[in-house]
Design a protein around this ligand. Structure first.
Ligand code: FMN
Length: 258
């Protein structure tokens, strides 16, 4: 397959195989594909349909290099945090070692990805206290806290659309947030207004790493039936995959286990 011949994959195959891709070729990504990804991003839901998102697409070599330097600096903090936290119990030694090696690679090579995408958003617009009925105006601070609490929920669906659109186009990406530790430097570099938040820094490019399959903690551990504490079960849980009977069957299709 040449890079411009797009793979034709199904939705569930994309979901089950859209692995974090941290090793990317430096080859350029055609502008029309970036537009396609952005157009998928803005199909996402947002609170009140506010669509207060903005996306900064960085292709300039020098800006990418400088973003890479900032990401490297922020990653020093992440490295210390990971070292102190250790391996999460649901990951095997091998899985954890692979994850850390891939993460470390990106700490050093973020700026070499041909495209760096920053999903951003403007602050939520709240009506002035006086415009609200007195009983709700009295709890204006709580309303403001609610708006702040759900703020990320109006951009991360767009981020997931970006991940899936990249997967559909055969491009690799990963959501990263390390840069937020040094966000002011990122905003100064790119001229992003003070009141705009950056929510992720996503390298996009042709993958060196392979897609999927994705393994996760089993549904029986994380899904509850009706009330907290009653494990969800349809009687078909796959212990190996952690997915209720469904798995990604390389090289191609999502199948239901017998
Ligand atoms: C909120 C959030 C922040 C993340 N930040 C980073 C990051 O800074 N650097 C990185 O390499 N991966 C980052 N990731 C990617 C996770 O490490 C990844 O989703 C997880 O290891 C599962 O990987 P997989 O989907 O390939 O199995 C982040 C993911 C999320 C959801």
């Amino acid at each position: 397959m040449t890079q411009m011949e797009l793979p034709d994959i199904g939705l569930f195959e994309a979901i089950y195989s859209a692995r974090s891709i941290r090793r990317l070729k430096p080859d350029p990504v055609p502008k029309e594909l970036i537009t396609r990804i952005l157009d998928a991003a803005i199909r996402a839901p947002s609170g009140g349909n506010a669509q207060s998102w903005a996306f900064v697409v960085v292709r300039d070599r020098e800006l990418r290099r400088q973003l890479g330097v900032i990401y490297r600096k922020a990653s020093d903090i992440a490295e210390a945090v990971y070292a102190a936290r250790g391996r999460p119990p649901h990951l095997t030694e091998r899985q954890y070692a692979r994850f850390m090696a891939a993460g470390r690679h990106l700490w050093d090579h973020m700026g070499e990805a041909p495209v760096l995408l920053l999903p951003c958003s403007h602050p939520p617009i709240l009506p002035p206290r006086e415009a609200l009925p007195p009983d709700i105006a009295a709890s204006w601070e709580e309303e403001a806290a609610y708006a702040e609490r759900i703020r990320g929920a109006s951009i991360y669906p767009a981020v997931q659309n970006i991940i899936l659109a990249c997967r559909g186009l055969g491009l690799g990406t990963v959501i990263t947030t390390n840069h937020i530790r040094c966000e002011n430097e990122v905003k100064a570099l790119l001229g992003i207004p003070e009141d705009v938040f950056t929510w992720a820094l996503m390298p996009v490019g042709w993958p060196i790493d392979k897609f999927g399959p994705l393994t996760r903690r089993p549904l029986t551990e994380v899904a509850h039936a009706d009330r907290w504490g009653t494990a969800w079960s349809d009687g078909r849980q796959s212990r190996e995959r952690g997915v209720s009977g469904w798995h990604y069957n390389e090289p191609g299709i999502v199948v239901r286990s017998a």
